[in-house]
Unconditional design. Structure first.
Length: 341
């Protein structure tokens, strides 16, 4: 093409990156600064080394897109992806001409190939989730033209651009009675600001439920800071004695809510603790004017990577709140030095 994509590293200008994120017509939570920072910390103790290579995509000296990119070093190999997982596609600001976006996507693909060659990466995975658009993306089509093998998965979403009455009408029938029952049995609070004592109480509940330390204190601290910065919110449930019996942390972008982590007293397994937390979170997301709630992945017995019984039960529970199940495409790519865009 005779030209290369113009970029700026996220780490060079966090504010400009966030401004670019907020220019997107739809912004998945996983593209935001606070989620990228969280995942970097989460995977730091699970890998030999993780490097943030996320970029702001520039056109005529103006930010026009974002692309979360990470490099993970493990033993003698380097893996390219986003947030420690499969590589997400670049996204572009609202109103960008279709022809220009297509040109930039091709340049992004060439940029990716150059990164892979530089770090001697022989293969990678790229994953595309719902971004409130119809049809497959140009990024997806480029992959297909280069022989990518695509594996289909599913995500559980709830459309929030309706009245609460309409949203509740779409819940699994028995959920409405369970939510009402739970609201009578437990005190609850939605925290847009939270004290350190309350957050440590939730961490302790999470530890009791999981039976082990699952991640670093620094990653918990980042989520705590995110609540008080307005990027996350927390919901806590307490019994008559004031003991925390359940809670959920939810992350947000300007358009999307995301269920980040939950913990529920095991002795109340047969009680609708989680049902109430989910409903209260949905109420808060509607209040904040979000468009969609990503509740989680939908696991099925026929999935290529066979899920556990626990994963299927949890996803079936989440699906009782959803309005839509959307496809998630994971493409598996072997690098060919002559790959065209």
């Amino acid at each position: 093409m005779g030209q290369s994509i113009k970029t700026k590293l996220r780490t060079e200008d966090f504010k400009e990156y966030e401004k670019a994120v907020n220019s997107l017509s739809y912004c998945p939570v996983v593209y935001t600064n606070h989620m990228i920072d969280y995942y970097l910390e989460y995977f730091r103790e699970r890998t030999d080394r993780i490097i943030d290579k996320s970029i702001i995509i520039m056109h005529e000296n103006m930010a026009c897109g974002v692309w979360p990119i990470t490099l993970i070093y493990s033993r003698d190999t380097v893996t390219i992806g986003s947030n420690g997982g499969s590589l997400l596609p670049p996204l572009f600001k609202a109103g960008l001409p279709t022809s220009l976006e297509g040109k930039l996507i091709k340049l992004c693909y060439e940029y990716l190939l150059e990164l892979c060659r530089h770090y001697e990466i022989k293969k990678y995975e790229t994953e595309e989730q719902f971004i409130n658009k119809q049809g497959v993306s140009e990024w997806h089509l480029i992959g297909l033209r280069n022989g990518n093998r695509v594996v289909l998965g599913y995500d559980i979403f709830l459309n929030l651009e309706r009245s609460l009455e309409d949203i509740k009408a779409g819940f699994r029938r028995r959920y409405k009675a369970l939510i009402n029952q739970a609201a009578r049995n437990w005190d609850y609070e939605i925290y847009s600001k939270v004290s350190k004592d309350v957050w440590l109480e939730f961490q302790d509940l999470h530890y009791q439920v999981s039976g082990r330390k699952t991640r670093s204190g620094e990653s918990w601290d980042l989520q705590y800071a995110g609540i008080n910065a307005g990027q996350n919110f927390f919901i806590g449930l307490r019994d008559a004695n004031g003991c925390m019996v359940g809670g959920g942390l939810f992350a947000t972008s300007k358009t999307e809510g995301f269920y980040a982590v939950g913990a529920y007293d095991r002795s109340l397994f047969d009680k609708p603790v989680g049902h109430l937390v989910q409903y209260l979170a949905i109420e808060e997301m509607v209040r904040r004017g979000l468009s969609w709630y990503l509740i989680g992945k939908k696991f099925n017995t026929g999935d290529e990577l066979v899920p556990t019984e626990k994963q299927i039960k949890i996803s079936n529970f989440k699906a009782g709140f959803c309005s839509h199940i959307f496809p998630r495409y994971t493409s598996q790519i072997i690098i060919n030095r002559s790959d065209p865009a």
